[in-house]
Write a protein that binds this ligand. Structure first.
Ligand code: TPP
Ligand code: MG
Length: 625
């Protein structure tokens, strides 16, 4: 059949399906894009002609549209995705940050940047990077390190091979991430003879990989021999729809469960085995048990420094790891016993292999006591009655109370992810109510990411928590949410700058330098001591209103609560609830550490003191062998 490369690609994408556990569904929800000369005549024409096959959604910023796609894929447990098309040059490089985010979080996103002419006839074209040393280079080569698969379709005949390879990677849970097919603008418009079978419906079956019997037996032996075992649940638990298996495992064995950011909510917070957040932003419950654990069963975690408290979390001299993971790279970490397997199958198999075995009752009781004590601390922080401005913890408490059992909270960067990780009471039985992007922790993800979540789960209320700094980076998809009627509730927390980095700066002796937006005259004060408070007179509520959102302004927690109810009742597009908080009323860190190096020489007394404290803290860092 004679089609252009772009027409064939659009028809191919519309025909792709995935199947897991016998449930088959379409893979691509649509194509997000911004047109320029590099894609308007090729992909643009094809998307217009086939709009009923693959819906097209115009976005406002290429980075944001990739975030939207990532949020969508995560909420769909990677069984659904968006394609994203951009022009050549800046439109393409705007997607690089989004690609890195998707790849680091192991989320499938298909990127289709335009590229310069394969024929090179008119070169250099508008927006072309010329490399004197290499005629094959374009800005799209920036995608190579941040994508799990990269191809440039320089001849129409390459399309079939490239498209199939892209699908293989996107649908493989161990390999998935961003995939980039760079499409030279001339090739997009050229005729390709594709076999009919290329355009037929195609189903990619995602088989659940069982653990190798020998590895399973060894893992069971390790658990039986352990005095103080602990599970660390990561995003892989949620993606594998293994929350039920995790609960059954915890109940059968009495082994307590700590959670990473991506795995938060895998076990509902009210469960007696739930210790909640672990690591640098962990609860005292999880961190105390982690310190003493002699066997740590990581399930679907990539063991980031936040999870391991920069390798200081596990202090037992003989601590061993069992790593359940579909990705060999993660299964091998911390010199663990690699159980390369689907999380659900592995948890079920391990539970069966351990039939009759239970953790030491004293250890189990300690977990339940710590968990109950932590629930009281959350209660205290949620009801602190801080004034005159509320604390961020109280704002989180109000949102937590407003959220229904299956609703979703979305966040990515700033001081909020750590506070949410600790405080949020997760209730959804499938672990889909907590969505904090903390692989890349990318400021600006929140609004577009939340839009993707809403598109994936239209029956759930989506609460996007965003700081003023993150809001200013990427507010531009709000008009897209207005245009498409995407109902998200954005809680915009104004604290006049980077409260998180300010606190970090103070902890390394920097006094908060450069983290507080203040008017000229005192903007260059070397320290942020909490007194000289003269913020830049920005009005982000009005800014959101000007972008078409319904805006509710609040000053107190009671007003915030009322506004959240009003926002829930609102139908149609986005609602922004604006609240100002006390930037110095943070949630403390509980018996944990994060490795951020401090200047070894130079600096004033606070820096020297911070360096001394840093050297002391670093002694707790371990190499797990
Ligand atoms: C794109 C990007 N740039 C820089 C950072 C580093 N960073 C992490 S948090 C933060 C400040 C966030 O400010 P805001 O959204 O106001 O949240 P707050 O810290 O005030 O809670 C910065 C600059 C980042 N995570 N992402
Ligand atoms: Mg802020």
């Amino acid at each position: 059949m004679r089609l252009t490369v772009a027409q064939a690609l659009v028809r191919f994408l519309a025909a792709q399906h995935v199947e897991r556990d016998g449930r088959r569904q379409r893979f691509f929800a649509g194509c997000l894009g911004i047109f320029g000369h590099g894609n308007v005549a090729g992909l643009g024409q094809a998307l217009q002609q086939h709009h009923e096959l693959l819906p097209y959604h115009p976005a406002r910023n290429e980075q944001a549209m990739v975030h939207l796609a990532a949020g969508y894929a995560r909420q769909r447990n990677r069984l659904g995705a968006f394609a994203c098309t951009s022009s050549v040059g800046p439109g393409a490089t705007n997607m690089v940050t989004g690609a890195a985010l998707a790849t680091i979080n192991r989320l499938p996103v298909l990127l289709l940047p335009g590229d310069t002419f394969a024929t090179r006839a008119p070169h250099p074209v508008l927006q072309q990077l010329e490399a004197p040393h290499d005629a094959t280079v374009s800005v799209n080569d920036c995608f190579r390190p941040v994508c799990r698969f990269f191809d440039r379709i320089n001849r129409p005949e390459q399309l079939v091979d490239a498209a199939l390879a892209a699908m293989r990677v996107l649908t493989d849970p161990a390999e998935t991430g961003a995939v980039c097919l760079a499409l030279p603008e001339d090739v997009q418009t050229e005729v390709v003879d594709v076999p009919d079978a290329f355009l037929d419906e195609r189903t990619w079956t995602i088989y659940r990989r069982p653990p190798a019997p020998e590895a399973l037996a060894r893992a069971a032996d390790l658990v039986r021999g352990a005095q103080r075992p602990l599970v660390v649940a990561g995003g892989g638990v949620v993606y594998a729809e293994a929350s039920g298996a995790l609960r059954a495992f915890a109940e059968a064995t009495g082994i307590p469960v700590g959670e990473t950011q991506a795995g938060r909510g895998a076990l509902p917070s009210a469960h007696p085995s739930a210790l909640g957040a672990i690591g640098a932003t962990g609860t005292p419950a999880a961190n105390r048990l982690a310190r003493d654990a002699d066997l740590v069963i990581g399930v679907g975690t990539r063991w980031s420094d936040f999870t391991t408290a920069s390798k200081s979390a596990f202090q037992d001299p003989g601590v061993r790891f069992v790593n359940v993971n579909v990705a060999p790279m993660d299964a091998a970490k911390n010199s663990g016993l690699a159980l390369e397997a689907d999380a659900r199958l592995a948890l079920d198999a391990l539970r069966e292999a351990l039939a009759g075995h239970r953790a030491d009752p004293a250890w189990e009781r300690r977990a339940a006591d710590e968990s109950a004590a932590w629930a009281e601390e959350v209660e205290r922080l949620y009801a602190a009655g801080h004034g005159p401005l509320p604390s961020q913890a109280e704002v989180i408490g109000a949102v937590n109370a407003a959220a229904g059992e299956r609703d979703v909270v979305v966040c990515a960067a700033g001081s909020m992810p750590g506070d949410l990780h600790k405080l949020w009471r997760a209730t959804d039985p499938d672990g889909k109510g907590y969505h904090v992007e903390y692989g890349y922790s990318c400021m600006g993800y929140e609004i577009p990411g939340g839009m993707g979540v809403k598109l994936a789960a239209p029956d759930r209320e989506v609460f996007v928590m965003v700081g003023d700094g993150s809001y200013l980076m990427l507010p531009g998809e709000l008009p897209t949410a207005v245009a498409d009627g995407i109902k998200i509730v954005v809680v915009l927390v104004q604290n006049h700058g980077y409260a998180s980095i300010g606190a970090l700066s103070r902890s390394v002796g920097g006094g908060g330098y450069g983290t507080h937006y203040r008017v000229a005259g005192n903007a260059n004060l070397p320290i942020d001591d909490g007194r000289s408070y003269d913020p830049v007179p920005v009005d982000l509520a009005t800014n959101a209103e000007s972008l078409g959102a319904r805006v509710l302004r609040t000053r107190t927690i009671d007003e915030l609560r009322a506004a959240l109810e009003e926002a829930k009742a609102h139908s149609g597009g986005p609602v922004v609830v604006h609240v100002e908080t006390d930037r110095y009323a943070g949630v403390p860190s509980y018996e944990s550490w994060w490795d951020v190096p401090v200047a070894e020489v130079g600096g004033d007394e606070p820096v020297r003191a911070a360096r001394a404290a840093y050297e002391e803290a670093r002694r707790s860092q371990r190499t797990y062998l």
